[in-house]
Design a protein around this ligand. Structure first.
Ligand code: NAP
Length: 275
């Protein structure tokens, strides 16, 4: 007997029938996969650790009666975007969730070589950009769908010991907001979901590595990230999870960020002619 209690045919018809989650093996990615399946979507699960993906896929099939596909892929690899696109070969893909993106190097800029930082840039900038181009092309062709970029409040300012991570998240924020403007009229919703410290296995390994307690900081639950991301997919370009109701801070307010994107996009009409 499958659990049909959270089926959402409207969501499936707009963003299904297949949803791809990059970084689906645990944490926020796994929670978004669970919620998409609960709504009735089939799910493509991508990350490096295949055994975790297989276990989650089995849960999705048994609990929600949906179809699944799993692929092991290193998103920091040079042709990862093409491989990510190939994960959806032959399937009617309606939603792509870019979740993998944590600080895989960590620490001060000079404490790691550029070659090490390059892997973070490859995954968070090169692969993300190439994959957005590929998937947006497919979604625009079918005339409906969505893309979610899981971001960070680190995007709002530079931060010592997060230099390249915060820079990549700022890049993704501007990319997502621009794509929201360009793709919305073509039927595709783009949403940046900016989160703060969130209880994921990855963050817990950081606490453990530094002999610190996770209880010292308030942590957002991964399932709350999933709920906000899927519930607000049409409310782009950006939601800041810790400030969902904030309507007057220019940095955090959904409305003010949207108005600013629209204003600047229309300002370009003076240079490029009408959009
Ligand atoms: N946790 C936080 O406090 C926090 C705060 C702000 C923003 N965020 C954002 O939330 C998202 C999730 O963060 P997280 O803490 O769960 O850490 P994460 O390191 O992004 O891990 C999330 C998932 O991505 C996969 N992944 C990581 N690197 C990969 C790679 N090179 N190729 C393929 N898959 C990869 C991991 O699985 P495998 O290891 O199996 O590949 C895992 O399933 C990220 O975008 C992060 O920037 C997190």
């Amino acid at each position: 007997m499958t659990d049909d209690s959270r089926r959402d045919p409207t969501f499936v018809s707009k963003y299904g029938p297949w949803v791809l989650v990059s970084g689906a093996s645990e944490g926020t990615g796994a929670e978004m996969a669970l919620l998409a399946a609960a709504k009735g979507c089939n799910v493509i699960l991508v990350a490096r650790r295949m055994e975790k993906l297989e276990a989650l896929a089995a849960t999705l099939r048994q609990t929600y009666g949906v179809e699944t596909r799993t692929r092991s892929l290193d998103l920091a690899g040079p042709d990862a975007a093409a491989q990510l696109e190939a994960c959806a070969d032959g399937l009617d893909l309606g939603l792509v969730i870019f979740n993998a993106g944590g600080d895989s190097v960590g620490g001060r800029f000079l404490d790691s070589s550029y070659a090490q930082w390059r892997t973070l840039l490859q995954r968070n900038i090169d692969t993300l950009t190439d994959a957005c181009h590929r998937f947006a092309t497919v979604l625009v062709e079918r005339g409906k769908g969505g893309m979610i970029l899981i971001g960070s409040e680190a995007a709002f300012q530079g931060t010592g010991r997060l230099a390249l991570y915060s820079a990549t998240k700022a890049y993704a924020l501007n990319l997502g907001e621009s794509l929201w403007r360009e793709l919305k009229p073509r039927g595709v919703d783009v949403l940046n979901v900016l989160i703060g410290a969130t209880d994921t296995p990855k963050l817990r390994t950081v606490f453990a590595r530094n002999n610190l307690s996770p209880d010292a900081v308030p942590l957002t639950l991964a399932e709350d990230v999933a709920r906000v991301a899927l519930d607000h997919l049409g409310d782009g370009p950006t939601v800041v999870l810790s400030a969902l109701e904030n309507d007057d801070n220019p940095m955090l307010s959904r409305r003010l960020r949207r108005e600013r994107v629209i204003y600047h996009s229309e300002f370009l009409n003076h240079f490029y002619g009408p959009e």
